[in-house]
Structures are given as structure tokens and as C-alpha cells.
Ligand binder design. Structure first.
Ligand code: COA
Length: 186
């Protein structure tokens, strides 16, 4: 499931900012795009398909689930307040969500807190990097100045991923928790 093919960006200039297409070495087409209200069902399937460990690292609880109401709210974009990008793979004629990255703007209006998760089978194939790139570009378009995140102290993989995406990793915030911080300037 390597995602090494060159991305094809949309020809539409407005859409090209929000959508990226690529094909994996195995020939699986993948689209990265903003989430929409039609994505409730694939979001639910995506979350149900995460392993206990991945869910624990993302949500702090291995048995975490959203209610249907929460999912509907999360799939409804709130420009300027929240942003979320998803990666969707077309497998055997069916669209399957394979990754998600989102941020929520904090009350200062300049900082956003991010979270990201990729389906276990797709981890390590560049999906997270593409999602982060889209999220950072959107945060810049929203004139935000800093992206932050909270990472469980045991989540060494996310800490290393974050470093490679330009975040500083601070483990002095409180025991068992790391804070990641990335300025969004040019
Ligand atoms: C952390 C996570 C989002 C990374 O996504 P991914 O698609 O697996 O990452 P990518 O394949 O795009 O990797 C991007 C870079 O990070 C590095 N990286 C990714 N996972 C890593 C790991 N576990 N250990 C060390 N480096 C890692 C890759 O080597 C790659 O480096 P490069 O750019 O120098 O080649 C994903 O593993 C995940 O969903 N983890 C579980 C949930 C979680 O921890 N979420 C964070 C809560 S905020």
C-alpha cells in the first residue's frame, strides 16, 4: 500500500487547494479532501476499523466511540472554527476512509489544536504526511499562527512523526503527556 505515485492535483484552482489524488503502487486510487456531511457513514466505519492501540493513541481510550450526533456534527464543516481533511481509498469499488486530520481553533483566534489518525493497515505509507500538509495549508489560509497538539507520553511514533512535520516536542507539560507546537509562518 505504498503511496509513492506522484499526486495529481485538481485542474480547478479553487478545488486544487482542497483536493489531492494519487494512486498507490498497488493501483489503489486515494483522494484527500475536506470532510462533508455525506461522510458520516464512512467516518463511522473508519473509527470502527481502528485497532484498540490506534484508538487509544488518538482518543486516550481504546474503546472510544462517537455518538451518531457527534459524528454528524464533526462531518459538518465550520469554516474559521474547525477544519478536517480525510483520505479516502477506492477499494474493490467501495470508498473507504483511511485517515483523518483535523483542527479546532482556540479562543485566542490564532492557535489551533490538531489531531490525526490513520488506519492501521495504511500507517507508514505517507498518508499522515499528506494529511498534515493539507491541514497546515488550511491553517495558513485561516490566518492561524500556531498549531499545537497533545500526544500521550507513550506515543513515541506520533512524537517522531510530528518532529518530521516541523513540530517541536515538549514533554515537560505534565507527566504522561507531550505537547507538540509548530509555528505556521512561512
Ligand atoms: C502517527 C500517524 C498519524 C502517522 O501517520 P502515517 O501515515 O503512519 O505517517 P507517514 O507514513 O505519513 O510518515 C511520515 C513520516 O513520519 C515518520 N513516522 C511515521 N510513523 C512513525 C513511527 N511510528 N515511528 C517513527 N517515525 C514515524 C515516517 O517515517 C515518515 O518520515 P519521513 O517523512 O522522514 O519519510 C499514524 O501512525 C497514526 O494514526 N497513529 C495512531 C494514532 C495516533 O497516534 N494519533 C496521534 C494523536 S494526536
Amino acid at each position: 500500500m505504498n503511496a509513492t505515485s506522484q499526486p495529481e492535483h485538481s485542474q480547478d484552482p479553487a478545488e486544487s487547494r482542497l483536493t489531492e489524488h494519487w494512486v498507490t503502487d498497488e493501483g489503489i486510487p486515494v483522494t484527500l479532501r475536506s470532510i462533508s456531511p455525506e461522510d458520516v457513514a464512512i467516518s463511522k466505519d473508519f473509527l470502527a476499523g481502528l485497532s484498540f492501540g490506534t484508538r487509544y493513541f488518538r482518543f486516550g481510550r481504546g474503546d472510544f466511540q462517537y455518538s451518531d450526533d457527534e459524528l454528524r456534527r464533526l462531518c459538518t464543516p465550520a469554516p474559521g472554527e474547525r477544519a478536517q481533511f480525510i483520505a479516502v481509498a477506492r477499494c474493490d469499488g467501495v470508498d473507504r476512509m483511511i485517515g483523518s486530520a483535523r483542527y479546532v481553533v482556540e479562543t485566542d483566534g490564532r492557535t489551533c489544536e490538531m489531531a490525526i489518525v490513520v488506519n492501521d493497515a495504511w500507517q507508514g505509507h505517507g498518508v499522515g504526511r499528506r494529511l498534515m500538509r493539507a491541514l497546515i495549508e488550511q491553517a495558513r489560509r485561516d490566518h492561524l499562527q500556531t498549531m499545537v497538539g497533545k500526544v500521550l507520553g507513550s506515543n513515541a511514533g506520533m512524537a517522531e512523526f510530528a518532529r518530521r512535520q516541523g513540530f517541536d516536542v515538549d514533554d515537560r507539560t505534565r507527566p504522561g503527556l507531550k505537547t507538540i507546537v509548530r509555528p505556521l509562518g512561512p
